[in-house]
Design a protein. Structure first.
Lengths: 206, 206
DNA sequence: GTTTAATTTAAACATTTGTTTAATTTTGCA
DNA sequence: TGCAAAATTAAACAAATGTTTAAATTAAAC
């Protein structure tokens, strides 16, 4: 599956609109006018609106694959690996928020669960890497708590997505004046909070 | 704002459909046929589809108000308060998942940010209660870490919503065979994990 | 029991939807 | 240059959308 420049342009714009307004809330004419093309070009290039959504997932997901293995192979402590894992995780998601928003809203809606198997496979792969770090931590006696590793991605992605989806409200509460301040908060404080809580989960029994 | 039995029936069905298929993905005819009524009844009772969405939010939110004050007033330690707060929070959300799904998808979509102020007000109120518990914990010297309390709701709601929105995947990974097992996991293990991580955030510096 | 109001219905409405058609323009190549 | 393929266009298409209408039915009030 390779797309030409024109297709990629359409994919980029459709991705933004789908993330912002939802799949059903975005018409092909919306996309066409924003992309300065004729409506027919969408059918011409992708076959249908549904297949355009597929194209977005395929194209964007291939460029988003998490390289957690590189974190795993580093010569650092399990605790540091957790830190780096989370920082890397969030950095990746943050630079592809639109894609994740589409995945979490459209794919969730029971109508379109076609791509579920593929996504599920990636999730399982990522989980295996996290599990490896957790196992290592236990082996070294650093991690004390027996937890379900499966909840860690939920904590990272869930917390992060909720936070950015409520950007306006968070900026209000935390008195962040502009987008730069918000970005800075996410990349520093928010990441630290998530790191802290995941480590707290692994290290301490209360 | 009070609704008669017929209106409430429509509200209940529309809530389920909006949560499952999205607002734009659900037609008024969908709602009408599921509710065994004529399409015109929606306009007759609510004025429009948009106002039906409003009605859902108004009606369901009034019955969902978190009674965090009761937790705050209890004669227990701040740590226990955090536990109870989280357990209560999740219990409430879980019994109103559909409403929260609508809020987090539809309200997020930039088209409809009308009800934002009202929701924002409730969020701020809840946050104030959490802040009171955190302050108390610090005063007693139990909590050691200076954190932004504002991220706690993100952790609770975000983690929880992500988990239940990926129900299928989670059941697969955690080998939960049926809905009962899933519910049981959410109400026990998941709640405990979230409690543990929030407390870890407050108690320990790593 | 008659009258008035409230409810319910089927049909029609004007738009908007995704998609296709057929003609036109542009491009790539011999 | 000439020509075939690809790209682009405006228009039309049927189906689905939210909403309204006007008639029919039911309920309530007197």
């Amino acid at each position: 599956m390779d797309f030409n420049d024109k297709q990629i342009e359409i994919i980029d714009i459709a991705e933004q609109l789908f993330a912002l307004q939802g799949y059903d809330g975005t018409s092909v004419r919306d996309i066409a006018s924003k992309a300065n093309i004729n409506v027919a070009m969408i059918s011409y290039y992708f076959g249908s609106k549904e297949k355009l959504l597929e194209a977005i997932l395929i194209y964007k997901m291939s460029g988003t694959k998490l390289e957690l293995k590189s974190v795993l192979d580093k010569n650092i402590s399990p605790l540091q690996k957790i830190d780096e894992l989370i920082a890397y995780y969030i950095k990746k998601i943050y630079s592809n928020v639109a894609l994740y928003q589409i995945m979490h809203t459209e794919i969730m809606h029971k109508k379109r669960e076609a791509h579920m198997p593929e996504i599920s496979k990636i999730k399982k792969q990522n989980l295996a890497y996290i599990q490896a770090i957790v196992d290592e931590g236990f082996l070294q006696g650093v991690f004390k708590n027996k937890i379900d590793t499966a909840v860690i991605p939920s904590m990272i992605i869930g917390t992060f997505m909720y936070f950015v989806n409520n950007k306006h409200h968070m900026m209000d509460i935390l008195q962040l004046q502009n987008d730069t301040a918000f970005n800075h908060y996410v990349e520093n404080q928010l990441v630290q909070h998530i790191q802290q809580s995941v480590k707290g989960l692994l290290l301490y029994t209360t």
